[in-house]
Design a protein around this ligand. Structure first.
Ligand code: ADP
Ligand code: MG
Length: 819
């Protein structure tokens, strides 16, 4: 083995054996698996190339140093990541060291293919361009492409890499390639089996071997001797041709099916085709818009590239290693080579993130400059008293977050903070500290929750604590009686009532506060922008604290809540027992039912959840109703079973949940409408049917309904799906109780939509950026945006940025998140 380069084969073998043996950190002859990898990553760096990432190489050494301390799941992920990394690195190194095949004829640059046009401006309508008749420009409108600028910013969704020119002997199935060779034989004939199919065959050879190219023509009009002979005459024996296509393997050997072919005069000739030998853009299409029309129009429009101004200051470009906008646009469409494509993509992804973050931060900045909130006293009598009364010690995470909040509250700029914390992390108590700070400073506070059940739960808890402090609290919901309601309104206006808990009723009622200084919103994503705004309008720039039990990965958090300060309670109170989580198949159902019987016999309670089965809620409801009937009559005839589904009114739902809380029902059967924050400490079993249909974060949320008391709790994930993917996803839950980790995995497995659930998506629509792959660029973009705002609060010095921001801001957000 060459001491300077990694031994790919041994590395790969070690990784695959470790995976086969179940990630046990296998002991080899000389080293353990992790030691072997650690040594390898420490001692044998790959040769440097512009593309290979050596820092990552050394990072891996450190990660493997800790391997033995990782859970099996984390080991699995690390091994998986490593294999991927090595595979990619090897590809880069080996393609760059591959001896060049015979020289490729000159590929005419796209710029030379442009019709020469003077004065083509970005806002020029497409139908005024040469070569674009009415019909063509109409079909481009189907994709909402009207002007030159629209087309230039219409990025390809993928590229086919025909730039790799390969000798015939080195072809591998599955690769896209370009080959240059001479025609050995050419044939064109009607298929003996099917008169409507005409086959064209070309045998091509270079000095390493030969390969057959096939083209197929369907239709009787090709079943014509004259036409077929003419095809053959295009490719006379001995002619030099360039061909690009996908290499396929069939029983006769390798072929290129339906390749692009161009005849060349000589080896040094130009390749004129817009496809052969290039990295070819593939655009998102719609019916009636041919791919080549977009390609050709892009080429024409690239004429105007000179007129594109780059709004990004050079200093930022230099600092973050970004190429010019012009070059990025050019190369995202027709990249000169794969490296430039990567640079183009990076620059444009940066832009997508950057303007969004800039928008968030600018909005925040404006708020700071224009709005003044009350300044609260962080240390005062109420907080001191409460600290003494607290029945438990706060976790370090709670203390940290409370401090962050109290610090915000001592400033006159309004707080706008989101507290994320797993179910049971203890968010309520953190909110109580903020509320007490408001109260002891002479202000009122309001706490709004999305449902009556949740509001009432908060109310009960707050009453128990506030009674000790001799402070009044009231609850206002849709079912508050009219007399009580009037009394509450009055007390709020006089200021006698310092804290009001409630549902939407808080904003619907003619509620007037005397001095509203703080608004707390639980499960904030369940409220619309307007509802939040309405509550805020009841005070004078009150401080705002929002809470959510749906932890989301940082990329999502930045993209959704980039204008909020985010605190995380990333630690559970001590003594919580992990919820024993087991994935079961249909055959193991009796085990599940036995466990349920045992638990109910001991006085415990059970949730059984059915997912969305059909698209229609009506059918879902029917499925739930039928299951409920079956469970009550056949499976558990001795128990009382409640039913909860989306077609019930909120009053009906609350009744069922209240019965459950009072232990009048031992089991509750529910569709996914079961509320996120429902807190019944006596419930110990969560059975989820068709678990593979849920996102992991959603399963984790549902699981959080149990394990809330002192009893050992169980989560049973029923699934009949045998796909490895489904099993692997469920095993994430079996092995982890960490909501952040789980949502990160969810993001990787199924993308942002499922992490957030339909209810709270509202992610901006990025053309290129991926929240899974581009985390690093997102962080850079955020940092860059922060620096800009810090240096120049109103961005007065950089009007180009400000303008671009305004344009993008409209488009990207559709006015949704940032309003
Ligand atoms: P969530 O973050 O899900 O809203 P809660 O605020 O409802 O969690 O808290 C869950 C339970 O844990 C409550 O009964 C609460 O009183 C209790 N709790 C909160 N913090 C602590 C702590 N530091 N030690 C022990 N129990 C705590
Ligand atoms: Mg809560």
């Amino acid at each position: 083995m060459d001491r300077e380069t990694p031994d790919w084969i041994r590395l790969d073998k070690a990784l695959s054996i470790e995976a086969e043996k179940g990630f046990t950190d296998l002991q080899g002859n000389q080293y353990r698996f992790s030691e072997f990898l650690c040594l390898n990553f420490r001692q044998n760096p790959p040769p440097r190339t512009p593309n290979s990432d050596c820092t990552r190489w050394y990072d891996l050494a450190n990660e493997y140093a800790n391997y033995s301390q990782l859970s099996v799941l984390r080991r699995k992920i690390l091994v998986f990541k490593t294999r991927q990394f090595i595979h990619q690195l090897r590809l880069i190194l080996e393609t760059s060291s591959e001896p060049p095949a015979p020289k490729l004829p000159r590929i005419v640059p796209v710029s030379e293919k442009q019709p020469s046009l003077e004065n083509i401006t970005l806002d020029k309508p497409l139908n005024t361009l040469p070569g674009l008749d009415q019909k063509k420009s109409e079909s481009l409108k189907l994709l909402e492409l009207y002007t030159v600028k629209d087309i230039l910013f219409y990025y390809p969704r993928d590229h086919i890499d025909y730039a790799r020119q390969i000798s015939i002997t080195n072809l591998n199935p599955g690769e896209t390639v370009t080959i240059i060779g001479t025609v050995k034989r050419c044939n064109c004939f009607s298929s003996p089996k099917n008169k409507n199919l005409t086959i064209f065959e070309l045998i091509l050879r270079d000095n390493t071997g030969e390969i057959k190219l096939n083209r197929f023509f369907a239709g009787s009009r090709f079943n014509n001797r004259g036409w077929q002979e003419r095809q053959k005459r295009f490719y006379p024996v001995g002619a030099i041709v360039a061909a690009s296509g996908l290499v396929k393997q069939n029983k006769y050997g390798l072929t290129l099916d339906n390749p692009e072919i161009e005849v060349l005069d000589s080896l040094g000739d130009n390749i004129e085709s817009l496809k052969i030998g290039r990295v070819l853009p593939v655009y998102p299409l719609t019916e009636g818009v041919p791919a080549d029309l977009i390609r050709q129009t892009v080429i024409t429009c690239l004429n105007s590239i000179k007129t594109i101004k780059d709004p990004l200051p050079i200093s930022i470009r230099n600092e973050y290693g970004l190429i010019k906008l012009k070059d990025a646009i050019n190369n995202i469409h027709f990249p000169e080579n794969p490296e430039l494509l990567a640079h183009a993509r990076r620059r444009l992804v940066f832009d997508e993130f950057f303007y969004l973050q800039l928008g968030f931060l600018q909005r925040r900045q404006e708020q700071k400059l224009t709005q003044k909130s009350a300044i609260f006293i962080p240390q005062g009598q109420l907080i001191e008293n409460f600290n003494e009364l607290l029945p438990f010690a706060l976790t370090n995470a709670q203390k940290r977050v409370i401090n962050e909040i109290l610090e915000d509250l001592t400033l006159e700029t309004p707080m706008n903070r989101l507290v994320q914390g797993d179910v049971g992390a203890g968010k309520t108590i953190v909110a109580v500290f903020a509320i007490l700070a408001a109260l002891q400073s002479g202000y009122q506070a309001a706490l709004m929750a999305p449902t009556e059940v949740l509001a009432e739960q908060h109310y009960r808890k707050l009453v128990s604590w506030f009674n000790l402090l001799h402070l009044p609290v009231e609850l206002l919901t849709g079912s508050t009686k009219i007399g009580k309601r009037r009394e509450i309104h009055r007390q709020l206006e006089t200021g006698e009532l310092p804290l009001l808990v409630g549902t939407h009723a808080l904003i619907q009622d003619p509620v007037n506060f005397n001095r509203l200084g703080l608004v707390v919103i639980d499960e904030q994503h369940r409220f619309g922008v307007h509802q939040r705004a309405k509550l805020l309008a009841k005070g004078q720039s009150p401080h705002v604290l929002t809470m959510t039990a749906t932890p989301i990965p940082r990329t999502l958090a930045l993209t959704l809540h980039g204008d909020l300060d985010v605190s995380q309670i990333d630690e559970l109170p001590p003594g919580r027992q992990p919820i024993q989580t087991t994935a079961l198949t249909g055959k193991e159902r009796t085990q599940a039912y036995d466990l349920i019987r045992r638990e109910v016999a001991q006085g415990r309670q059970v949730y059984i959840i059915f997912p969305m089965i059909e698209e229609s809620e009506k059918l879902d409801v029917r499925a739930a109703v039928e299951e409920h009937k079956k469970l009550s009559e056949i499976v558990f005839p001795d128990f009382t079973i409640g039913l909860l589904h989306g077609r019930m009114s909120s009053v009906e739902k609350d009744e069922v949940l209240t019965d459950f809380r009072d232990n009048k029902n031992q089991i509750i059967v529910s569709t996914t409408v079961i509320e996120v924050g429902v807190d019944v400490p006596n419930a110990t079993v969560m059975l989820i049917e068709n678990a593979e249909r849920f996102g992991l974060s959603q399963l984790h949320q549902l699981r959080g309904r149990v394990g809330r008391g002192s009893h050992k709790s169980y989560c049973l994930l029923m699934s009949s799906s045998k796909t490895p993917d489904a099993r692997q996803r469920l095993s994430v839950l079996e092995q982890s109780q960490d909501g952040f980790f789980i949502s990160e995995m969810d993001l990787r497995f199924r993308g942002p939509g499922t992490v957030l659930g339909t209810r709270q998506s509202g992610l901006p629509d990025f053309a290129l950026a991926s929240l899974v792959e581009d985390q690093e660029v997102l962080e850079l973009a955020r940092t860059a945006a922060e620096k800009i705002i810090m240096a120049d609060k109103n961005m007065q010095g950089i009007s180009s940025l400000k303008q671009e921001l305004e344009q993008r801001y409209q488009k990207l957000m559709g006015g949704e998140i940032l309003t």
